[in-house]
Write a protein that binds this ligand. Structure first.
Ligand code: URA
Length: 205
């Protein structure tokens, strides 16, 4: 109840209420996930960071980007001078999609209808926060935010727009960097992401 009162005091729209998000059945992903993972950060953040969906650890913790991808993001953001605590950090899809393999839960990419179903929540967050810049990490976020599903290779480092006109900076997803086997390729992509986050940091000033 205190959290609810605080939200009302801040005049945040009811539709982005985390309790309502947790009760969401707009797509089937709620069936197997532990909980929905809402975005976190100040409701007046100038920069919004958007990933794909919660991973195994985020699903358990109920917070975005706390697992290996989150640790790499924190490291690169720190090097770029981007302050995570003053950014709003969220995902295109709010429930973890996975297939069980033994005791492990293997991440599965959300499909287009899941991304579109969850866009309702992402739009609510954007309407609340009204960021000056959104950073789309990876192709799922880029597609959800811009409507364009083209590959990331030609888009990384560019600033596109949401249909409503908010600038969207396209960058790599940290999990993509973690998957790159070739050390020099990984270093190059990491440098590119650091450069992108340096630009994002300027929007926090
Ligand atoms: N990957 C994402 O896209 N988001 C998270 O919150 C964690 C891992």
């Amino acid at each position: 109840a205190p959290a609810r009162a605080a939200r009302i005091a801040e005049r945040l729209p009811e539709r982005a209420d985390p309790d309502a998000l947790n009760a969401c059945t707009r797509c089937p992903l709620f069936c197997n996930a532990t909980q929905a993972v809402p975005g976190e950060g100040p409701s007046d953040a100038r920069v919004m960071i958007v990933g794909e969906q919660p991973g195994d650890q985020e699903d358990l913790a109920g917070r975005p980007f706390v697992g290996p991808a989150g640790q790499l993001f924190d490291q690169i953001a720190g090097e770029a001078g981007l302050e995570r605590s003053s950014a709003y950090v969220t995902n295109a899809v709010k429930h973890f999609k996975f297939t069980p393999r033994g005791k492990r839960r293997i991440h599965q990419r959300p499909n287009i209808s899941e991304v579109q179903a969850c866009k309702w929540w992402l739009d609510a967050e954007i309407a609340q926060v009204r960021p000056g810049l959104i950073v789309a990490m990876g192709s799922t976020a880029a597609q959800s935010l811009t409507g364009c599903g083209a590959g990331l290779k030609a888009r990384q480092g560019q600033i596109e727009q949401t249909p409503e006109g908010t600038p969207v900076l396209i960058t790599w997803h940290p999990s993509y960097l973690l998957r790159l086997a070739d050390a020099s390729g990984r270093m190059e992509a990491t440098n590119e992401m650091r450069r992108d986050l340096t630009i994002a940091a300027q929007y926090q000033q």
